[in-house]
Design a protein around this ligand. Structure first.
Ligand code: H79
Length: 439
């Protein structure tokens, strides 16, 4: 079955027909989930949050592994996690003002510390710390209040749990005994996922990560995926395993790369017909890193958002809040600026699908119904050619000013001459209304 679908996908690519939004999926899905996938395709922009005990050390979320910290040291560190300034309402408001339609947050990262109340282990924020609050619950309530969807990032890899055994490629320095019951670990995960899917209201879905640590293990995915889909039929499964999607999965997510580009070195180049997502750090770190000042510019971040949309993908843009619960000011200003841009030009991003041509060195194209948005990101370009047969063009205007734009059909496609008056620091957007009726 899967091979057949792959052949279909390849045939589709070769014939140049783009998959329709309702196009073939890996497996037939019930209507709730099909609708959730379409919601996801429309959403286009989410805020990723990496936040946990590791934030205290300001060296990113891999500090336990990178500094070879034994579980005993990390367990002590975890007792000190007390983010008194955490305010779910302000985080969600910041995401919303940025134009994000969803938040994906680390409910548990590879360090194995649960950032939510759980009966499955005492190693959780409510039972282990003086903070005693459940920030995942506060965020879930606040997301519902402010109209954003919430996805829980959930690590399948665990550097702390004794039953994560046999060990994979990481987690060797934690000082755990060389024994453990793998199936007990999988039961533990299913118990936690049950809690996440029954105690936090309707979720956008679960974002899995870490399976790549033990690529040949039996992860009992069928059972876990069935559990998730039974508990919340509209929750999406977003696996960050860097491979082509498996049955039961709903979104293909690409870490630090646009779909099909593999600059990170571990992403697949195989693009499925599932909804797509690109996850991206705002600087070079996921978890709070106090020495990482290499923040991308707002212009570059909007450029990635536009190119992601031009690929039909969402951008999941990460922030690494500080251990006191506050967002870094560098992140807040960028989110505000992206939000201001989306306020003006969101019509060319939200609810669109990829345009008639894939992203080009000069920019990208998006499409909604009979409108094509040509995003010229290259500020030096004076004209661009959209190499596609678009048929007659009823109207061509600058989205920002409604100014008329000259287009010319050539053998190569449609050449657009950008008006000299049209300037923009980030993106000059030309709106092409397709069709014969000139108005
Ligand atoms: O949560 C963030 C990171 O902590 C986590 N995913 C994002 C969203 C992440 N962990 N590792 N990576 C990202 C980088 C991936 C490294 C890998 Fe490999 C390269 C995985 C597979 C190939 C190195 C070699 C690690 C395992 C084998």
């Amino acid at each position: 079955m899967r091979r057949l679908i792959l052949i279909l996908a390849v045939t589709t690519a070769v014939t140049g027909l783009s998959a329709t939004p309702q196009g073939p999926s890996l497996t037939a899905v019930p209507p709730e989930r099909a609708a959730a996938r379409e919601w996801f395709r429309d959403a286009k922009f989410g805020m990723f949050v990496h936040w946990g005990v590791y934030s205290l050390l300001g060296q990113g979320e891999w500090v336990m592994q990178n500094q070879k910290l034994p579980s005993s040291s990390y367990e002590w560190l975890a007792t000190t996690f007390n983010p008194v300034k955490f305010d779910a309402a302000s985080w969600v408001a910041t995401a919303k003002a940025a134009g994000a339609r969803y938040i994906t947050i680390t409910s548990r990262h590879h360090d194995g510390f649960s950032m939510f109340q759980t009966k499955a282990t005492k190693y959780n924020i409510v039972d282990w710390t003086a903070f005693k609050r459940d920030p995942m619950k506060e965020l879930a309530d606040e997301c519902r209040r402010q109209g954003l969807k919430l996805f829980f990032y959930y690590s399948q890899l665990d550097w702390h749990h004794p039953d994560f055994y046999p060990r994979g490629g990481t987690g060797a320095a934690s000082g755990r005994p060389d024994s453990g019951d793998w199936n007990k670990y999988l039961d533990f995960m299913d118990d936690q996922l049950t809690e996440l899917l029954t105690r936090y209201g309707p979720l956008g879905g679960i974002w899995f990560d870490g399976m790549w640590d033990k690529p040949n293990a039996n992860w009992r995915l069928d059972r876990t995926y069935a559990l998730i889909h039974r508990l919340q039929p509209s929750a999406l499964i977003v696996p960050n395993h860097h491979k082509a999607p498996l049955p039961g999965e709903d979104v293909q997510t690409f870490e630090q790369d646009l779909p099909g580009a593999n600059t990170a070195g571990f992403n697949t180049r195989e693009i499925s017909t599932l909804p797509l997502e690109t996850s991206l750090t705002m600087n070079n770190s996921w978890g709070f890193n106090i020495t990482d000042q290499k923040f991308k510019s707002t212009k570059d971040l909007i450029g990635v958002l536009v190119r992601a949309a031009g690929n039909g993908a969402n951008l999941l843009l990460n922030v690494g809040p500080r251990p006191d619960g506050t967002l870094q000011p560098e992140a807040v200003t960028r989110l505000q600026d992206i939000g201001a841009w989306l306020q003006r030009f969101g019509v060319s991003i939200y609810e669109t699908r990829k345009g008639p041509v894939p992203p080009q060195p000069w920019g990208a194209t998006t499409r909604k119904d009979n409108t094509v948005y040509v995003h010229v990101l290259d500020t030096a370009a004076t004209s661009v050619t959209v190499a596609a047969n678009l048929g007659p063009i009823a109207r061509a205007t600058m989205l920002s000013t409604n100014e008329r734009v000259e287009t010319r059909e050539t053998g190569a496609g449609v050449t657009i001459t950008l008006p000299k008056t049209a300037t923009a620091d980030v993106d000059r957007i030309v709106l092409l209304r397709l069709g014969a009726d000139v108005r």
